[in-house]
Design a protein around this ligand. Structure first.
Ligand SMILES: *Cc1c(COP(=O)(O)O)cnc(C)c1O
Length: 455
């Protein structure tokens, strides 16, 4: 499989080069030139273990890692999960939840980052690799966990200072290895992400420090997430059709589902759920993609107004017309707003969307707990709230459960004051020493910091 940029400005490259490039050198995102159709292989996927299924899917997109090595990278990536199914599907009342939080840092980010960390370690590097990440809370710890102890890799993680949950911050800052630097940015996640984008677009700096990207701009992350959509199908017993509700921030998780569907998986519709940061909900209801103020919520991993993977979706919807993508993105960058016309036949209607307030998601946590005893996290609750509202009752509804509830003490105490959530790995963090550096939301401050740490 070869990869190209959504903006048409890079020449075709194989998977490992796409992983190393991270963000396209023309400012776009890397996408595969074709999406293989596996409809006929679906029966064969039934009954495969998670790693075996991951190998079947990923090999279609990776032809520059020998198969036996790819297989062992995948096996190593999912050995660290605490459930034999890796992503078990559980029935809760009249919906299904796909639990994506059984990895080392308890969010769905581990599914992709355990794999990406192993791929980075596999690809030979000429100089020390400096991974730079922006996180709204969960990517940071998952990325650190994936490269911790790799002697040839440094990792720098920017998070919005004071805006992640306290345990999320501890998960990052208690890792005191010499190759880990946590940076609290005085701003929002969007500020972190825009600093990241501008550092990656300084190609000279990027090359000098051999920068690697672990955000969902990196295609490897999307690819690894495609797998669990197929695993839903297997666990549901090959339904004719099903719907998936996804709590969404950066449009990475749901976009992986979109790829799975394009490969022939019978997902009838995606229910995109946002919190009060509803740029994507507004887009899917009006066709207008317009930046708003970031509001801080109980589901901090979704406090995002500029969804980086959205550009990949546009590329496929515009039938690979990179000029159209460029025009849309440059209008958005310049004015903070861009539109498409939903009435033209080119846009499909596989996305329904809605948003949930903090109060609504807290109510949903309580409601599901009262009715079934199941405790879900505040991000999952956003997906369940919107999913229940918009579902087609004639089809199974699967909601992606994106994090372990114990990560979000503050919100969970509000929702279920009588319950104490104890999760062993998190408990151990409480009294650990931590280390972080706080920087202003300025590109140059972060660049200077990276330079100093590499001296
Ligand atoms: C990252 C994250 C999300 C948002 O996923 P996107 O891929 O950015 O849309 C939702 N929930 C949790 C718990 C997360 O960590």
């Amino acid at each position: 499989m070869r990869y190209v940029s959504t903006r048409g400005g890079v020449s075709e490259m194989p998977f490992c080069d796409a992983v190393m490039m991270g963000v396209g050198s023309d400012g776009g995102l890397l996408v595969p030139v074709a999406i293989p159709n596996v409809k006929d292989a679906l029966p064969r996927y039934q009954g495969l273990s998670y790693p075996a299924l991951a190998f079947e899917i990923m090999r279609l997109f990776i032809d520059d890692i020998p198969e036996d090595i790819l297989r062992s990278l995948i096996e190593k990536s999912y050995e660290t999960f605490d459930d034999p199914l890796v992503t078990p599907l559980v029935q809760v009342g009249d919906i299904h939840l796909l639990e994506l939080f059984h990895g080392p840092t308890l969010s769905f980010k581990d599914l992709a980052l355990q794999f990406l960390g192993n791929v980075f370690a596999y690809i030979p590097q000429e100089t020390r690799l400096n991974i730079l990440a922006a996180t709204s809370g969960d990517t940071g710890s998952a990325a650190i966990a994936s490269v911790q102890g790799q002697p040839e890799i440094n990792i720098f993680v920017m998070f919005p200072e004071g805006r992640t949950s306290s345990l999320q911050e501890k998960q990052m800052t208690s890792l005191l290895s010499d190759n880990v630097w946590n940076i609290g940015i005085e701003g929002s996640f969007d500020d972190c992400q825009s600093i990241l984008k501008s550092i990656f677009s300084d190609l000279e700096f990027k090359q000098k420090y051999n920068l690697g990207a672990v955000n969902s701009v990196n295609w490897a992350r999307i690819l690894a997430q495609v797998v669990y959509y197929f695993f839903i199908y297997a666990q549901l017993g090959a339904p004719e059709k099903f719907e998936v509700a996804v709590p969404t921030g950066n449009f990475g998780n749901i976009f992986a589902g979109y790829i799975a569907r394009a490969m022939g998986l019978p997902i009838s519709r995606f229910i995109l759920a946002t919190n009060q940061n509803d740029i994507l909900h507004r887009f899917f209801t009006t066709g207008r993609y317009k930046r708003g103020e970031v509001h801080f919520s109980h589901s901090p991993a979704m406090d995002i107004q500029v969804a980086s993977n959205f550009e990949r979706y546009l590329y496929f919807q515009f039938a690979s017309n990179t000029e159209k993508v460029k025009k849309f993105m440059s209008s958005f960058t310049r004015t903070g707003s861009a539109s498409i016309n939903f009435n033209t036949k080119t846009f499909d209607d596989v996305f329904a969307s809605g948003s949930a307030t903090d109060d609504e998601s807290i109510d949903m946590i309580r409601h599901v707990h009262d009715a079934t005893g199941y405790i879900m996290d505040p991000h999952t609750a956003v997906g369940v709230h919107v999913g229940k509202q918009l579902r087609n009752p004639a089809q199974p509804l699967v909601c992606l459960s994106t994090a372990h509830p114990a990560k979000f003490e503050e919100a969970m105490t509000r929702a279920l004051p009588e319950e104490t959530l104890v999760q062993d790995t998190l408990e151990q963090l409480r009294n650990m020493p931590t280390r972080k550096t706080v920087l202003k939301a300025e590109v140059d401050a972060v660049k200077a910091f990276i330079a100093t740490c590499n001296q």
